[in-house]
Write a protein that binds this ligand. Structure first.
Ligand code: PLP
Length: 485
């Protein structure tokens, strides 16, 4: 590993601005006062905050150094499974800054917001086409919010039929937000075990599905990175007993232009625009989790909906069976602009190619690392592959040790200890935006660490050594964060 990305460069210390400030220092220069001074009105005087006095360069260096302590997808590979941390082309960000979009106000009358409304209307159509569903609402602000919308829609569907169902089937490979969203709607989640192949079997659904059950929530591809290949048969079983199929589509990055979710029996699903469709995420910024439905669930979509009326785009609340409003105005518009720009700049063929490359990259890593890391499900994967630390047990090296060491090699650690069905899981999602060369560096780094685990285990156990901070007491750090570096 001579050409590791590494983190051995300068990592500068940085005091708080309050420690750095010096009385009388100033970051601005304004002309000398040439009028008599006047006292501030008594109501405006008094004790203000004790801001430090700083020069311009003090402030610029402070924030630039802090930014260098961060790791982001613009700095290096971020192979965080189930998160799709891919590179987001800057042009999509730039389109959000166009004046007509950036300065649009949600309270403007619709006749002055036609461009924004048209963008949202067309985006709903594009997302319907990509998923194979019939109608979309862009209101939900996150994946979990989209799940809640979907669960409310399922609930409204059953209530509307005069039935009252109390349970939802949730596979053990579902994302953790799924049972939480079902519970928020008052449903009891019934866990379903996956087969030895890491996917749901027809038999397990047959055994669990009954007429008290409102439906199933399937994460597909699931959190093992595997496609639920029995989904058509499973949908048929659920539908035959009057239930509905919810698909958590946050992992759509693996199947754009490849799987038509409508055709495989999905009734309702959500997407994560801040994963698949070019909005950076991870820092808690605005997101978007559009909910997509088949025709029979369209009446229940949240209001307002955007409709076209004589060539004009208008908001309509005239959907009496709607589950109601989920977000102020119409969701996070900036995220929608990035998504629209991404879809338009990629085109249908390239969206499909992006998914194919994401799958190829994950399978490449799986094949290259399966000799050194334990691969619990040795079969073709989708956008991510899941290993474990089973082979390192004899060296007394854990998943946590290995991924901490990975930081010394310049990579963000992958997702670890998730999904729960794999002990000591290491879940790698490279995404389509990484080059073969960068993926090879990640593979080499893992191989070097596995070797170190045998020859110099303390180096792995004590990692990271090149980072600004070493091993933290993670519980204490989360409860009592020390932000001074
Ligand atoms: C990320 C993710 C979610 C949750 O999305 P948020 O926007 O974080 O609420 C749900 N399901 C899956 C499979 C995910 O990967």
């Amino acid at each position: 590993m001579n050409n590791a990305i590494g983190t051995t460069g300068l990592i500068l210390n940085e005091p708080l601005l309050w420690e750095k400030g010096k009385r009388g220092r100033c970051g601005i220069s304004i002309p000398k006062q040439d009028v008599p001074s006047a006292d501030i009105a008594p109501s405006l005087s008094g004790e203000g905050p004790d801001f430090p006095d700083l020069s311009e360069v003090d402030v610029v260096r402070h924030y630039t150094r802090l930014s260098q302590w961060n790791f982001g997808v613009d700095t290096g590979m971020y192979p965080l499974g189930s998160c799709t941390m891919k590179y987001n082309p800057k042009t999509n960000e730039r389109q959000t800054q166009l004046k007509g979009f950036a300065q649009a106000h949600p309270l403007l009358p619709t006749e002055l917001s036609q461009g924004a409304l048209k963008l949202m209307y067309e985006l709903e159509k594009y997302l319907a086409e990509i998923t194979g569903m019939d109608a979309v609402s862009l209101q939900p602000a996150a994946g979990a919010h989209g799940e809640l919308a979907g669960m409310l829609i399922i609930h409204a569907y059953h209530t509307n039929k005069g039935t009252n169902r109390s349970k939802i089937l949730i596979p053990d490979t579902a994302h953790g937000t799924n049972p939480a969203s079902a519970a928020l709607c008052g449903y009891k989640s019934v866990p379903v075990k996956s087969s030895e192949q890491g996917v749901l079997s027809k038999e397990s659904i047959e055994a669990a599905m009954d007429e008290e059950t409102a439906g199933i929530m399937v994460t597909n591809p699931n959190t093992l990175g595997l496609f639920e290949e029995n989904i058509i048969a499973i949908s048929e079983i659920v539908h035959a007993k009057g239930g509905l199929v919810y698909c958590d589509g946050a992992n759509m990055n693996a199947v754009m232009g490849i799987v038509n979710m409508g055709d495989i029996g999905v009734d309702v699903m959500h997407l994560n625009l801040h994963k698949t469709f070019s909005t950076p995420h991870g820092g808690g910024g605005p997101g978007s989790g559009p909910v997509c439905v088949k025709k029979h669930l369209e009446p229940f979509l949240p209001v307002p909906r955007i409709i076209e009326d004589n060539g004009q785009y208008v908001f309509s609340e005239d959907f009496p069976e709607s589950i109601g409003k989920l977000h102020a105005f119409y969701g996070n518009f900036g995220v929608m602009i990035k998504c629209y720009s991404y879809i338009r700049s990629m085109g249908a063929a390239n969206l499909k190619r992006a998914s194919q490359l994401a799958v190829l990259n994950a399978n490449y890593i799986k094949e290259k690392l399966k000799d050194v890391l334990h691969l619990p499900y040795d079969r073709p994967c989708m956008h991510e592959c899941v290993f474990s630390d089973k082979h390192q047990k004899s060296d007394k090296i854990t998943t946590l040790d290995m991924v901490k060491r990975l930081m010394d090699y310049g990579f963000h650690p992958p997702t670890i200890y998730f999904p729960l069905v794999v002990n000591g899981a290491i879940m790698i999602e490279p995404t389509e935006t990484e080059s073969r060369e960068d993926i090879d560096l990640l593979i080499d780094a893992f191989k070097a660490i596995v070797e170190e685990a045998k020859t110099d285990p303390d180096k792995v156990r004590n990692a990271p050594t090149n980072c600004k901070v070493q091993r933290l007491d993670e519980t204490a750090a989360a409860r009592n964060p020390c932000l001074t570096g």
